[in-house]
Design a binder for this molecule. Structure first.
Ligand code: ADP
Length: 354
């Protein structure tokens, strides 16, 4: 029968689709539509399956005027909504007369654009705070503090700090976008990881001394060589050790421990950065690597944080086909672990340049 022909076309569409007849009941539905809207929707009034008012209006309009219409429809899916763009077009022939509704899943696109909007809002907010301070102090220096050298010195010190904050933010944003752009290209230079960590520690020494924190690292006798990008790996351990110093308690120790590991995928090296700070409540752990996510915004800002350090770490580790693990106990401290595959680059794998 001709309806079989229409049904086979509906199945071939690759999106959930239903045809609403002139009697406003669902005449035909494909399997994808039954999966999303429920089994047994055929024969029922379309409002039972597609309850969104905008979709009902679009269907009514199409049935009345044969004009094409579009509307959004959302279906609860766990803790979030699955969002569809429903296009409604008039169809006629092969024993079928009504409105064809095709549901295109736009959840991922919607989420991506929401993330982009949130990101731009966050960046603007992060830049606006120091900028407002700078503009305020410029005005004060030109006005009330014009002839007050002591105040000028004080304000210039604050301006220096705020400009430094903007500078770090822009540097981290550029770094993050570079790492994200290269994430699929696996780096291929041989890197002596222990040597790289020793050099990173040397550059952080003044900071750890000023904070009264002792950073210890005993390189293992057998030094692993990994396939990587030395600059980016330096950034990873710089960010993790710097966080250990920033969030560690004074007169405590930050330990860096390196050891080999046999994973199902092959040999790996694990580096733990262990601090004795106040620890991170478990509820925050899954979100720590999100951009601008901070447990305590005030504390992060006070210590010169941008909220991007761990996001950068996560992307670099992913680029190296590694893993980042976080474990923390309140009152005892936190351990950030980086697991990286060990071994020389395999030329046959064609990993690309770092
Ligand atoms: P920030 O620039 O704020 O340090 P990060 O992305 O490096 O940004 O870290 C995100 C947040 O994770 C920090 O603001 C802090 O709240 C928390 N955090 C990171 N490392 C540690 C640590 N070693 N101990 C306690 N909290 C930490």
């Amino acid at each position: 029968m001709p309806q079989r022909f229409v049904t086979s076309i509906l199945e071939a569409l690759g999106h959930p689709a239903v045809i609403v007849g002139r009697d406003e009941r669902i005449l035909l539905a494909n399997q994808a539509a039954r999966d999303v809207l429920g089994v047994g929707i055929e024969g029922r009034h379309h409002a039972m399956a597609l309850r969104t008012p905008a979709v009902l209006t679009a269907i009514a309009r199409c049935l009345a005027t044969r004009e094409r219409a579009e509307a959004r429809h959302s279906v609860p899916l766990g803790t979030r909504d699955q969002v569809f763009r429903v296009s409604v077009s008039s169809v006629e022939g092969a024993d079928v007369d009504g409105a064809l509704c095709i549901l295109q899943d736009i959840t991922a696109t919607e989420e991506a654009s929401q993330m982009r909007r949130d990101f731009v809002a966050n960046v603007s907010h992060e830049l606006k705070t120091p900028l407002t301070a700078l503009m305020g102090f410029i005005e004060t220096l030109r006005g009330p503090a014009r002839n007050d050298p002591a105040a000028q010195e004080r304000f210039l010190a604050i301006m220096d700090r705020e400009a430094g904050r903007m500078n770090r933010l822009v540097r981290d944003l550029l770094q993050l976008s570079r790492v994200e752009a290269e994430e699929r290209i696996r780096p291929s230079d041989p890197v002596d990881l222990a040597g790289l960590i020793q050099m990173t520690l040397a550059t952080l020494r003044p900071m750890s001394r000023a904070a009264g924190i002792d950073v210890r690292f005993d390189p293992p006798a057998e030094r692993p060589v990994i396939q990587g990008d030395a600059d980016q790996l330096t950034q990873v351990f710089h960010n993790l050790i710097e966080n250990g110093i920033k969030y560690g308690a004074p007169q405590t120790v930050v330990r860096v421990v390196m050891f080999p590991l046999q994973a199902p995928s092959g040999p790996m090296v694990r580096v733990d950065v262990i601090d004795q700070g106040e620890g991170i409540p478990a509820i925050h752990l899954p979100r720590l690597t999100e951009r601008f996510y901070r447990v305590d915004t005030h504390r992060s800002r006070e210590r010169g944080g941008t909220g991007l350090g761990l996001a950068i770490v996560k992307h670099i580790v992913q680029r190296h086909r590694g893993r980042l693990l976080v474990d923390s106990t309140i009152g005892e401290g936190s351990t950030f672990s980086v697991l990286l595959p060990v071994g020389q680059p395999n030329p046959a794998a064609g990993g690309g340049a770092g």
